[in-house]
Structures are given as C-alpha cells and as structure tokens.
Design a protein around this ligand. Structure first.
Ligand code: TYM
Length: 345
C-alpha cells in the first residue's frame, strides 16, 4: 500500500552535452529550483544519455562537472534535492535493460527526437534508439509522480507512462508509478534568437546569435538579444501570427525571467518606441538574472573537492532508492534475487 504521508516525488534530468542555454534554465532548471521544498526532488545529470552520440571522453568528464556546478549555482540545494550523476547509480543501466524487454521497437521508432537526431548521424548507435527507455528507467526507478520538463520532452514522458503501464500489466499492477509530465504554461519552448521558428538548442548554441548561453559574458548576451530576429512591424504584443514569433519569444523570455503576467509584460512596453527598446529591456533583465549564477558557478568550479563531495552524497541517496526498486522489478519478472539484494534486504 502506498504511504499516504509520503511526499510526492519529482524527477528530472539534463544532459551534460553542448552549451547550456536560457531555454534549459527557464524551461527546466529554474522550475526545479522553485519546486524544492514541499516535494521530494531528484535531479540527475544524465551522462549515460550523453554517450548515445559519440563524446570525447575528457570533454564528457569536464561537461559533467560543469553541469553539476551550474545546477548548484542556479540554486539546486543539495539539502532539499538529491542531485546526482546517472552513471554513479548502476540501477539505471540495469533498469533500462529490464524495460527494454517490455518495450516494442515500434514505440521507439515513433519518437520525434530519435527521428531528428538519427537523421543527422551517418551511423545510428543502438543507444540512440533505446535512449527513451533509459529515460523511462530514470523516472520509474524513483517512483516519480511528476516530471518537470520543457515541451520537447513531453513525448518521452508519455512513453515512460506507456512503459510503466505495460510493465504493470505484465508483472503486477502497482509495481511502477505512472508519471505525469509537468510542462510550464510559459517558457516550455524558448525559441532560437536567430530563427524563432526553431527551438533554442544545446547543439546549435555554440553558433553566435542562436542562444543566450548560461556561461556567456554580459556583452555576448546583449549581442545575441539585440540581433534577435523579429519582423518588420512595431507592435509589442503576444500574438498567434507566425510572423510575430520573434517578438513572442522575446516577450516570453521577459515574462518568465521577471515572473510577470502576460498583461503586465505587455503593459511594460506600452511606451516603447520599437523593437530596439524591447530587445534592450529583455537584455537588461536576462543579464541581471544570469550574472549572479555565473559568479557562483565560477566559485564552484574552483573547488573540485566540494563538487566531488556533493556528487557522492547525491549518488548514495539515489542508490538507496533505485536499488531496491530494481530488485523489486527483477523479483516480479521472475529473476532469482539474492537475499542481500531484495528490497529491504
Ligand atoms: P536536455 O538535456 O535536452 O534538456 C534539459 C531540459 O531543458 C529543457 N529544454 C528547453 N526548455 C525550454 N525551451 C527550450 N528551448 C529547451 N531546450 C531544452 C528540456 O525539455 C529538458 O527539460 N532526455 C532529456 C534528459 C533526461 C530526462 C530524464 C528528463 C534524461 N532522463 C528523465 C526528464 C526525466 C534531455 O535530453 O534533456
């Protein structure tokens, strides 16, 4: 029986690849920070997901540390969130294998991100296809009820729901919690500054003017926002008109960063003389929001022993939740689970 007193669990993850950008921050990281407290939070740096596309080994180690430091600098509090690195908890790989064996290949072939990413590869690695199964394992091993993500991850979370339901049908109704994607009303899909019809993405974020990078100096942030593609009009309002996608994106960034309502946001620009004013105002609020994060990030990167210590604490706690769950799944599937690996054993 589920414990009615138990806190709801939240799980989310982020890959240590490419350039962390404002979309990651507004669509995911800041929401994880805001949600700390009333729920039990697990945030994972998903290095096993990163290698579904070749990564230089030294680069991967470096990026994993940098991402840990960024998450801490952004306000992830290790006293209120279990922050850990995925490969430090072996149960993720083991759980993914078990779930591979309940997931039809057809479900994976339908994944939009798989189609997009595989189209860019000369040779597609098996891991790229089974990537969403590992993601399902991440979530299901922690019995997470809620998964706060940006819009682009919705399909993966829906797949995790299908996988959980299929496992439960085959092996026992209440084994796996069926999670819910939690997608913000505003900021779930921050668009590219150089092309507001495409989402801001880590892989393209090294292209100057595409994104606001979380590590970018103030003048680079201002450069990217001032060059943001808009339209030939002057109206600073939210609109469904595809022509206005650039202005919508800038207004959304302003709204989410300042935590204002859409009405307050538009009212702030009632006296603006044109898009130049909008871009300057967005640059001001973004620079102000990111500068202290960058400063804390630099401090944390200067103390690798502290980062190691925090990684170890997070992984210990994550293991204490994930290992018994994987043992329970194995028992349900008919594996002989040695006494010391049994849940509660
Ligand atoms: P990743 O690393 O691509 O992105 C991390 C988070 O940032 C969000 N995001 C955005 N939000 C708004 N606007 C954008 N332009 C934007 N770009 C990215 C993503 O939606 C995500 O929430 N597969 C996942 C990582 C993962 C995971 C998990 C997530 C692995 N296991 C379990 C949740 C639960 C990924 O590659 O995210």
């Amino acid at each position: 029986m589920p414990d009615p007193q138990a806190k709801r669990r939240v799980f989310s993850g982020i890959q240590p690849t490419g350039n962390l950008h404002l979309g990651n921050y507004l669509g995911a990281i800041r929401r994880w920070v805001d949600g700390q407290g009333e729920k039990e939070n697990f945030i994972c740096v998903v290095d096993l997901h990163a290698v579904t596309i070749y990564q230089d080994p030294d680069d991967l180690r470096d990026q994993t540390r940098r991402l840990m430091a960024f998450l801490l600098a952004s306000g992830i509090d290790p006293d209120r969130t279990t922050l850990f690195v995925q490969s430090h908890v072996r149960a993720h790989a083991e759980g993914a294998w078990l779930l591979n064996c309940v997931t039809p290949v057809g479900w994976l072939e339908r994944m939009v991100q798989y189609k997009m990413k595989s189209a860019l590869q000369e040779s597609v690695l098996t891991g790229l296809m089974t990537y969403p199964v590992l993601q399902a394992a991440d979530i299901l091993l922690y019995s997470a009820h809620e998964v706060p993500v940006g819009e682009d991850q919705k399909q993966h979370i829906e797949l995790a729901r299908d996988i959980a339901q299929r496992f439960n049908q085959h092996y026992g109704d209440d084994t796996l919690v069926v999670p819910e994607p939690m997608i913000a009303k505003a900021g779930a899909r921050i668009m590219a500054l150089d092309d507001p019809t495409a989402k801001m993405s880590k892989s393209a974020a090294s292209k100057r003017g595409h994104a606001v990078g979380m590590a970018d100096p103030d003048d680079e942030i201002r450069y990217a926002l001032r060059r943001a593609v808009t339209d030939s009009g002057r109206d600073i309002v939210f609109s469904d008109d595809p022509e206005k996608a650039g202005v919508n994106n800038l207004l959304t960034i302003y709204q989410v960063v300042t935590r204002k309502t859409p009405e307050e946001t538009v009212a702030d620009f009632a006296d603006a003389r044109g898009y130049g004013d909008l871009k300057n105002a967005v640059a001001d609020v973004v620079v102000e929001a990111l500068a202290p994060i960058r400063e804390r990030y630099e401090q944390l990167m200067g103390d690798p022993a502290e980062l190691d210590r925090l990684m170890a604490i997070g992984a210990d706690h994550a293991r204490s939740v994930a290992e018994p769950k994987v043992a329970e799944m194995k028992e349900k599937m008919g594996f002989i689970v040695p006494a010391d690996l049994r849940p509660g054993g």
